[in-house]
Design a protein around this ligand. Structure first.
Ligand code: AKG
Length: 273
Protein backbone atom coordinates (compact mmCIF):
# COMPACT_ATOMS: atom_id res chain seq x y z
CA UNK A 1 0.00 0.00 0.00
CA UNK A 2 1.32 3.48 -0.86
CA UNK A 3 2.38 5.53 2.17
CA UNK A 4 0.41 8.74 2.62
CA UNK A 5 2.50 11.90 2.53
CA UNK A 6 2.15 14.16 5.60
CA UNK A 7 0.51 17.50 4.94
CA UNK A 8 2.91 20.43 5.18
CA UNK A 9 2.09 23.10 7.78
CA UNK A 10 2.59 26.70 6.67
CA UNK A 11 2.13 28.30 10.09
CA UNK A 12 4.10 28.04 13.35
CA UNK A 13 2.29 27.65 16.66
CA UNK A 14 2.83 30.62 19.04
CA UNK A 15 5.23 29.89 21.95
CA UNK A 16 2.47 29.61 24.58
CA UNK A 17 -0.02 27.59 22.51
CA UNK A 18 -0.94 23.96 23.10
CA UNK A 19 -1.35 22.17 19.77
CA UNK A 20 -4.77 20.67 18.99
CA UNK A 21 -3.16 17.20 19.05
CA UNK A 22 -1.56 17.75 22.47
CA UNK A 23 -4.53 19.51 24.10
CA UNK A 24 -6.50 16.33 25.01
CA UNK A 25 -3.35 14.79 26.54
CA UNK A 26 -2.68 17.90 28.62
CA UNK A 27 -6.31 17.88 29.74
CA UNK A 28 -6.34 14.19 30.63
CA UNK A 29 -3.15 14.58 32.69
CA UNK A 30 -4.45 17.74 34.40
CA UNK A 31 -1.55 19.88 33.19
CA UNK A 32 -3.39 22.97 31.89
CA UNK A 33 -2.26 25.14 34.83
CA UNK A 34 1.33 23.86 34.52
CA UNK A 35 1.41 24.86 30.85
CA UNK A 36 0.04 28.29 31.73
CA UNK A 37 2.64 28.75 34.50
CA UNK A 38 5.54 27.56 32.35
CA UNK A 39 4.52 29.96 29.58
CA UNK A 40 3.79 32.93 31.86
CA UNK A 41 6.33 32.62 34.69
CA UNK A 42 8.99 30.41 33.10
CA UNK A 43 8.69 27.61 35.66
CA UNK A 44 6.18 25.25 37.20
CA UNK A 45 6.03 22.20 39.46
CA UNK A 46 4.36 19.02 38.21
CA UNK A 47 3.36 16.84 41.15
CA UNK A 48 2.97 13.08 41.31
CA UNK A 49 4.91 12.41 38.14
CA UNK A 50 5.19 8.80 39.31
CA UNK A 51 3.83 6.88 42.29
CA UNK A 52 5.68 6.94 45.65
CA UNK A 53 7.10 3.42 45.11
CA UNK A 54 8.75 4.52 41.87
CA UNK A 55 10.11 7.65 43.53
CA UNK A 56 11.62 5.56 46.33
CA UNK A 57 13.22 3.08 43.89
CA UNK A 58 14.45 5.97 41.76
CA UNK A 59 16.10 7.66 44.73
CA UNK A 60 17.72 4.38 45.81
CA UNK A 61 19.12 3.79 42.30
CA UNK A 62 20.54 7.32 42.11
CA UNK A 63 22.17 6.84 45.52
CA UNK A 64 23.64 3.52 44.35
CA UNK A 65 25.09 5.05 41.17
CA UNK A 66 25.93 8.59 42.29
CA UNK A 67 25.81 8.67 46.08
CA UNK A 68 29.55 8.54 46.69
CA UNK A 69 30.54 10.83 43.82
CA UNK A 70 27.90 13.49 44.50
CA UNK A 71 26.52 13.07 41.01
CA UNK A 72 26.57 11.22 37.73
CA UNK A 73 25.53 11.67 34.12
CA UNK A 74 24.85 9.57 30.99
CA UNK A 75 22.26 7.89 33.19
CA UNK A 76 20.18 6.48 30.34
CA UNK A 77 23.12 4.18 29.69
CA UNK A 78 23.49 3.16 33.33
CA UNK A 79 20.11 1.75 34.35
CA UNK A 80 16.71 1.19 32.69
CA UNK A 81 14.92 3.10 35.46
CA UNK A 82 16.10 6.35 33.85
CA UNK A 83 14.43 5.46 30.55
CA UNK A 84 11.23 4.90 32.50
CA UNK A 85 11.62 8.21 34.33
CA UNK A 86 12.23 10.40 31.28
CA UNK A 87 9.23 8.84 29.50
CA UNK A 88 6.71 9.48 32.26
CA UNK A 89 3.57 10.75 30.47
CA UNK A 90 3.45 14.05 32.39
CA UNK A 91 7.07 14.85 31.47
CA UNK A 92 6.60 13.98 27.80
CA UNK A 93 3.49 16.15 27.59
CA UNK A 94 5.18 19.14 29.24
CA UNK A 95 8.25 18.72 27.03
CA UNK A 96 6.15 18.67 23.87
CA UNK A 97 4.35 21.80 25.03
CA UNK A 98 7.60 23.57 25.87
CA UNK A 99 10.11 22.49 23.26
CA UNK A 100 7.88 21.20 20.49
CA UNK A 101 6.88 17.96 18.86
CA UNK A 102 9.86 15.73 18.03
CA UNK A 103 11.87 17.04 21.01
CA UNK A 104 15.09 15.28 22.06
CA UNK A 105 16.62 14.20 25.33
CA UNK A 106 19.67 16.37 26.00
CA UNK A 107 20.86 15.29 29.44
CA UNK A 108 19.98 12.81 32.17
CA UNK A 109 22.15 13.57 35.17
CA UNK A 110 21.83 13.28 38.94
CA UNK A 111 23.05 15.31 41.88
CA UNK A 112 23.34 14.25 45.50
CA UNK A 113 23.80 17.26 47.78
CA UNK A 114 24.64 16.68 51.46
CA UNK A 115 24.43 19.30 54.22
CA UNK A 116 26.74 22.23 53.49
CA UNK A 117 26.71 21.74 49.71
CA UNK A 118 27.49 25.05 48.03
CA UNK A 119 25.13 26.65 45.50
CA UNK A 120 25.54 25.82 41.81
CA UNK A 121 25.50 29.52 40.77
CA UNK A 122 22.87 31.59 38.96
CA UNK A 123 22.43 30.86 35.27
CA UNK A 124 19.90 30.41 32.46
CA UNK A 125 20.03 26.96 30.90
CA UNK A 126 20.24 28.61 27.46
CA UNK A 127 23.94 28.68 28.18
CA UNK A 128 24.97 27.91 24.63
CA UNK A 129 22.52 30.34 23.04
CA UNK A 130 23.35 33.98 22.37
CA UNK A 131 21.04 36.65 23.82
CA UNK A 132 18.44 37.86 23.04
CA UNK A 133 16.88 34.46 23.54
CA UNK A 134 14.25 33.50 20.96
CA UNK A 135 10.52 33.70 21.63
CA UNK A 136 10.11 29.92 21.41
CA UNK A 137 11.69 27.97 24.24
CA UNK A 138 14.70 25.89 23.20
CA UNK A 139 15.45 23.86 26.33
CA UNK A 140 13.29 22.57 29.17
CA UNK A 141 14.90 21.28 32.35
CA UNK A 142 13.08 19.21 34.92
CA UNK A 143 14.54 18.58 38.36
CA UNK A 144 12.97 15.41 39.74
CA UNK A 145 12.89 16.04 43.47
CA UNK A 146 13.29 12.62 45.08
CA UNK A 147 13.15 14.43 48.45
CA UNK A 148 11.01 17.27 49.68
CA UNK A 149 12.10 20.59 48.17
CA UNK A 150 12.52 23.37 50.75
CA UNK A 151 14.85 26.34 51.04
CA UNK A 152 16.68 24.84 54.05
CA UNK A 153 16.89 21.54 52.20
CA UNK A 154 18.77 23.24 49.36
CA UNK A 155 15.98 23.42 46.80
CA UNK A 156 16.19 25.15 43.44
CA UNK A 157 16.07 28.95 43.57
CA UNK A 158 14.44 30.99 40.80
CA UNK A 159 14.31 34.69 39.96
CA UNK A 160 10.71 35.40 38.96
CA UNK A 161 10.48 37.70 35.94
CA UNK A 162 14.00 36.89 34.70
CA UNK A 163 12.52 34.78 31.90
CA UNK A 164 11.18 37.96 30.29
CA UNK A 165 14.63 39.55 30.02
CA UNK A 166 15.69 37.02 27.39
CA UNK A 167 19.38 37.25 28.30
CA UNK A 168 22.02 35.72 30.56
CA UNK A 169 22.45 37.21 34.06
CA UNK A 170 25.33 39.65 34.60
CA UNK A 171 28.13 39.06 37.12
CA UNK A 172 26.39 41.43 39.61
CA UNK A 173 23.02 39.74 39.18
CA UNK A 174 24.69 36.40 39.69
CA UNK A 175 26.25 37.59 42.94
CA UNK A 176 23.20 39.45 44.32
CA UNK A 177 20.35 37.00 43.59
CA UNK A 178 17.89 39.88 43.93
CA UNK A 179 14.30 38.67 44.14
CA UNK A 180 15.23 34.99 44.48
CA UNK A 181 12.60 32.60 45.81
CA UNK A 182 12.74 28.90 46.67
CA UNK A 183 10.75 26.26 44.81
CA UNK A 184 8.96 24.17 47.44
CA UNK A 185 7.30 20.86 46.65
CA UNK A 186 6.81 17.30 47.94
CA UNK A 187 8.98 14.34 46.90
CA UNK A 188 8.10 12.85 43.53
CA UNK A 189 7.46 16.28 42.00
CA UNK A 190 9.35 17.62 39.02
CA UNK A 191 10.23 21.32 39.12
CA UNK A 192 10.68 22.49 35.55
CA UNK A 193 11.66 25.68 33.81
CA UNK A 194 12.41 27.09 30.42
CA UNK A 195 15.87 27.94 29.13
CA UNK A 196 15.38 31.66 29.85
CA UNK A 197 14.72 31.50 33.60
CA UNK A 198 17.60 32.42 35.90
CA UNK A 199 18.00 29.83 38.62
CA UNK A 200 20.46 28.28 41.04
CA UNK A 201 20.02 26.35 44.27
CA UNK A 202 20.19 27.20 47.97
CA UNK A 203 22.95 25.79 50.15
CA UNK A 204 21.67 22.75 52.03
CA UNK A 205 21.33 23.31 55.79
CA UNK A 206 19.57 20.06 56.73
CA UNK A 207 21.09 16.69 57.63
CA UNK A 208 20.86 14.00 54.97
CA UNK A 209 21.10 14.62 51.29
CA UNK A 210 19.01 16.16 48.50
CA UNK A 211 18.72 13.69 45.65
CA UNK A 212 17.68 15.06 42.26
CA UNK A 213 17.58 13.76 38.71
CA UNK A 214 18.15 16.56 36.18
CA UNK A 215 16.34 15.85 32.93
CA UNK A 216 16.72 18.22 30.00
CA UNK A 217 14.72 18.04 26.79
CA UNK A 218 15.64 20.15 23.79
CA UNK A 219 14.07 21.37 20.57
CA UNK A 220 15.07 19.21 17.61
CA UNK A 221 16.68 21.95 15.53
CA UNK A 222 20.33 23.00 15.16
CA UNK A 223 21.69 19.50 14.81
CA UNK A 224 23.84 19.06 11.70
CA UNK A 225 21.97 17.61 8.72
CA UNK A 226 24.72 15.06 8.04
CA UNK A 227 25.95 12.64 10.71
CA UNK A 228 29.72 12.26 10.43
CA UNK A 229 30.22 10.42 13.73
CA UNK A 230 31.46 7.25 12.01
CA UNK A 231 33.96 9.26 9.96
CA UNK A 232 35.01 11.87 12.51
CA UNK A 233 38.21 10.27 13.79
CA UNK A 234 39.59 9.73 10.28
CA UNK A 235 38.63 13.23 9.17
CA UNK A 236 40.25 14.78 12.24
CA UNK A 237 43.41 12.67 11.80
CA UNK A 238 43.71 13.92 8.24
CA UNK A 239 42.67 17.55 8.69
CA UNK A 240 43.37 18.54 12.29
CA UNK A 241 41.96 21.07 14.73
CA UNK A 242 39.58 23.03 12.50
CA UNK A 243 37.96 19.76 11.43
CA UNK A 244 37.64 18.80 15.12
CA UNK A 245 35.74 22.03 15.77
CA UNK A 246 33.56 21.56 12.65
CA UNK A 247 32.61 18.09 13.86
CA UNK A 248 31.72 19.28 17.37
CA UNK A 249 34.73 17.80 19.16
CA UNK A 250 35.92 21.13 20.57
CA UNK A 251 32.91 21.88 22.77
CA UNK A 252 31.25 20.19 25.73
CA UNK A 253 28.10 19.13 23.84
CA UNK A 254 27.20 15.64 22.57
CA UNK A 255 30.00 14.15 24.67
CA UNK A 256 30.09 10.34 24.80
CA UNK A 257 31.13 10.61 28.46
CA UNK A 258 28.25 12.91 29.45
CA UNK A 259 29.90 16.31 29.44
CA UNK A 260 33.50 17.43 29.16
CA UNK A 261 33.47 20.12 31.84
CA UNK A 262 36.98 21.29 30.88
CA UNK A 263 35.34 22.71 27.73
CA UNK A 264 32.23 24.14 29.42
CA UNK A 265 33.23 27.79 29.89
CA UNK A 266 34.78 27.96 26.43
CA UNK A 267 31.57 26.59 24.91
CA UNK A 268 29.40 29.09 26.76
CA UNK A 269 31.77 31.91 25.74
CA UNK A 270 31.75 30.84 22.10
CA UNK A 271 27.96 31.14 22.07
CA UNK A 272 28.27 34.80 23.06
CA UNK A 273 30.78 35.81 20.32
O1 AKG B 1 20.16 21.71 41.47
C1 AKG B 1 19.31 22.57 41.31
O2 AKG B 1 18.42 22.81 42.13
C2 AKG B 1 19.35 23.41 40.06
C3 AKG B 1 19.94 22.64 38.95
C4 AKG B 1 20.22 23.41 37.73
O3 AKG B 1 20.65 24.53 37.76
C5 AKG B 1 19.97 22.77 36.45
O4 AKG B 1 19.69 21.56 36.38
O5 AKG B 1 20.03 23.51 35.42
Amino acid sequence: MAESKPTMYFDTLPPDAVSPELAPVIEELGLEENCRELAMQGWTVVRDVADPDFNEAFRAKIMEIAGNAGGSNMLLAKDPIFAEAIQMPKLLAMAEFSVGRGFLISQVAASVRPKGSPAIGLHADNNWLPAPFPAHNMLMTGCWACDEYSKAGGSTLVIPGSQNLRRHPTADETANLTGAIAIECPPGSVAMWDGNLWHSNWPRELDGERVVCHITYTRLMMRPVEDYNDHADALIDSHGETMAQLLGREDFLASPTGADYSKLTQTFNNAKR
